[in-house]
Design a protein around this ligand. Sequence first.
Ligand code: ARG
Length: 431
Amino acid sequence: MTEQRKKVVLAYSGGLDTSVAIRWIPEKYHMDVITVTIDLGAVKDLDAIREKALKIGAKKAIVIDAKDTFVKYFIFPALQAGALYEGVYPLATALGRPLIAKLLADVAHEEKADAVAHGCTGKGNDQVRLDVSLQVLNPKLQIIAPVREWKMTRDEEIRYAEEHNIPVEAKIKSPYSTDENLWGRSIECGVLEDPWAEPPEEVYKWTKNAKDAPDEPEYLEIYFERGIPVAINENEMDGVTLINTLNARGGKHGVGRIDHLENRLVGIKSREIYESPAAIILHTAHKALEGMIMTKDALRFKDIVSAHYADLIYNGLWFSAFHQDLVAYVLSSQRLMTGTIRIRLSKGTCTVVGRKSPLSLYSEKLATYQKEDTFDHNASLGFIKIYGLPVKIQAQKQMDILAGKEALRLDSIMPPKVKSLEKAEGDKKVK
Ligand code: ARG
């Protein structure tokens, strides 16, 4: 043997697809496989996965605990940004992918590998997120995506596994495709593909059905420092513990279930179920905190940034200059976001019931209707006079044209177009 065999670093979950890949890649590409299993907080037996990789034929099997990195550099920044894709999905799967890509590229560098491989299909967002990230991190790496290439059906994969002595667990009989990490659990396929079908109870693993949740509500006080949650009920804790705690508390009360018909990056609509108790609680609390500390203009602008930020993460553009620019804005916006939010968890709901902050812009003296009121009621007169001036003048000068001669009649206050449509319909009826 003169030439050394090439090496490929495979992101290995322990599931059927990537287990089959450990055999298939050497067959097809004549490369040695090094597996990397990355712990982002999914509850799994990592030692067993390592053993399994070696048993199937990996030359080396690496396990990386990346939970702290995931929280510090991915989850909490996304929380500060208010990143909810299409307003509802906290992006658990999407946030994990750039980190997985980074760790794959790092291991490939250390192991002097020529290629990296992952188990994504050719239909989802995850292949785009991983491939685009990898192309940025190390354009020289060859990317192998066996599932995208081999076109085996699930049954064919199982047959291949059996022929090659690859253990097939009973669990793969499940019709659902799932992905999970600290920030949430994503479930798709099976009966969920019918957008009219209510998700069966069996798809949920982290959250109780609201009807089985305790009758007694539970209250949590979440303390944020510069937009980062650091304590629950005055107990300071690290990010991983804090998120695990909220996943457990929220799940117990049936909080965190999301049913989303979402727009995939590859152009199709897909029905996804998510369980994200901690993410829902923290986003709800964080937004309430911003509501107390930010000015109205800042809040309006933050909403725009949040939507762009969520799209960018969903669309796999983590390693882009635009992301860095948005992060700079978000971090600046979070300088003042320190305070405590009180949350009630009850029967599937997560409700803000109290908020306080030393930097709050809320003034009880200004807001009260009691005699302590310090708001200058007389100043309102002048304010209204000037504030209303443009529309007052408009009414005087333009209303005849904008709304017809009866401009001041109650039935003519509709915008001109709507009004003319209604008239046309009415005319027909008279005839
Ligand atoms: N639709 C979600 C996303 O694109 C989740 C995908 C989850 N993957 C899975 N194998 N279930 O981020």
